[in-house]
Design a protein around this ligand. Structure first.
Ligand SMILES: *Cc1c(COP(=O)(O)O)cnc(C)c1O
Length: 445
């Protein structure tokens, strides 16, 4: 199989020659102040909010590309394909941005397959299909699209895949997603690699399943895959998982299966706090951990980063509607809510919240920053010390590029936000704000 990696893009020539030997550590975030105003790269956010309204998601294309290139560089020594996890942010323009640079995609539904097709059709052959409950129509669509690999999560699914492949006369390349029973420290809702979780197939059962699948001519045992969870900051669990996978691959090859791909999944975490964060270093540590786990086992390495590529590229810009005090507590109520960004409510996630225009003076305020939705769980931050902003001011929730817009809903009959992609000095509307007409379009009275 041809790899998506271009040797050219892996190492920038300028990094090798030239006089300036030290490349500066890139900023963790593209959102930086110029004077008193917050910018995304070279675009000021306040005028964008005026023009397009709030809440507004703003993303930096440069940041997404450079994170992707960090992966390309860190894994340059091994044939690999970075299959961006679509569920982190599935906006078509972002998929096209990555697809056109050679990324593959990790999808979890037929809907995501259609998004890849629409955004960048040539990338379909670099798609891996994960998920514990694939339906026949989704499998059919993926077979016809000739995707790279099905990551199969149960014996029942493997039977269904065999049946659909035979029916359509299309051979299915598959990997079993094995459950390595490795603990990774993260929020329990996004931990997936323990035997108590619904994901994958016990690694101890895998060999027997490959053996029986190999007898079936419409199934091609192509790879082994693993994914232990999300927002994992320590890299040791990745090494441990890969070590178990590599050992399985050794056995499978001895059993006569031509295993070509090892899919290491995604899950590399970022730093949501305002501590300094060296993304390049983190990817290098991650790559070293995977190499350690793989040992001498050669294979085409598939990687499925989602959050790491897009989280820090995005911010959710929102306007403060109301300031109020209940008892001893201050509340700032914004026009964004949990339906726009559910991470704080769902995972108790932390997002830095900063003013779009710095207020004069250094005065701060301790407040709960909350949305207008009728739920006490509708909060972005509790007892947060923040610059003294007032109603009418704009604030930005940082690191909102992953699992933000993709988890947005119409709860409280609120329309979904608009999205902007900043490319250099240009800001492009990539999704218009949802209207009431859009919301009512599917209902029958
Ligand atoms: C969600 C998911 C990913 C991406 O996880 P991140 O933490 O965003 O990198 C990759 N692979 C699978 C199978 C997933 O479910």
């Amino acid at each position: 199989m041809k790899t998506a990696v271009s040797k050219k893009s892996a190492v920038k020539p300028s990094a090798r020659k030239g006089t300036a030997r030290k490349t500066p550590v890139p900023q963790a975030r593209p959102f930086q102040y110029k004077g008193l105003d917050l910018y995304c790269d070279s675009v000021s956010l306040a005028p964008l909010a005026e023009q397009y309204g709030t809440p507004l998601y703003v993303y930096s294309a440069d940041q997404i590309s450079s994170r992707f290139q960090l992966f390309q560089k860190a894994f340059a020594a091994r044939p690999h394909t970075v299959c961006y996890a679509v569920k982190a942010n599935s906006s078509l323009s972002i998929l096209r941005l990555l697809g056109s640079q050679g990324a593959g995609f990790d999808i979890v539904s037929g809907g995501e397959l259609e998004r890849v097709r629409k955004a960048h059709k040539p990338s379909l052959r670099r798609v891996v299909f994960s998920g514990v409950g694939k339906q026949a129509w989704e499998i059919d669509a993926a077979l016809k699209a000739d995707i790279l690999q099905f990551n199969v999560e149960s014996e029942m699914e493997l039977d269904l895949l065999a049946q659909r492949a035979e029916q359509l006369g299309i051979r299915a390349r598959f990997a079993l997603r094995v459950n390595p029973d490795v603990f990774a420290e993260t929020h329990p809702y996004i931990s997936t690699g323990l035997s108590e979780h619904k994901f994958g197939i016990a690694i101890t059962k895998a060999r027997a399943i490959y053996r029986s699948a190999a007898k079936f001519k419409w199934l091609e045992p192509y790879g082994v895959s693993v994914h232990i969870g999300s927002q994992i900051r320590k890299v040791d669990p990745f090494a441990a998982a890969l070590e178990r996978v590599a050992s399985l691959v050794r056995y499978l090859r001895r059993d006569g299966h031509d295993i070509r791909a090892i899919d290491a999944g995604g899950g590399l975490g970022i730093d949501y706090s305002d501590a300094p964060f060296d993304a390049a270093h983190q990817v290098e540590r991650y790559a070293a951990a995977l190499e350690k786990g793989l040992g001498a086992e050669s294979a085409h390495l598939l990687l499925e980063p989602g959050r790491f590529l897009v989280a820090q590229a995005g911010a959710l810009v929102t306007r403060v509607l109301v300031a109020k005090k209940n008892g001893s507590k201050n509340f700032l109520i914004t026009d964004a809510a949990m339906n726009d960004l559910i991470r704080p409510a769902l995972y108790h996630a932390h997002h830095e919240i900063v003013p779009v225009r710095k207020p004069s003076g250094k005065a701060t305020l301790t407040a709960d920053i909350v949305g207008p939705v009728c739920e006490s769980g509708d909060f972005f931050a509790r007892d947060r010390v923040i610059a003294r902003v007032k109603p009418g001011d704009l604030v930005a929730l940082l690191d909102a590029g992953a699992y933000g817009m993709t988890q947005a809903s119409n709860y409280n009959s609120r329309g979904r936000a608009a999205e902007i992609l900043v490319e250099g000095s240009q800001a492009k509307l990539i999704r218009r704000r949802e209207t009431m007409r859009d919301q009512l379009a599917t209902e029958i009275l």
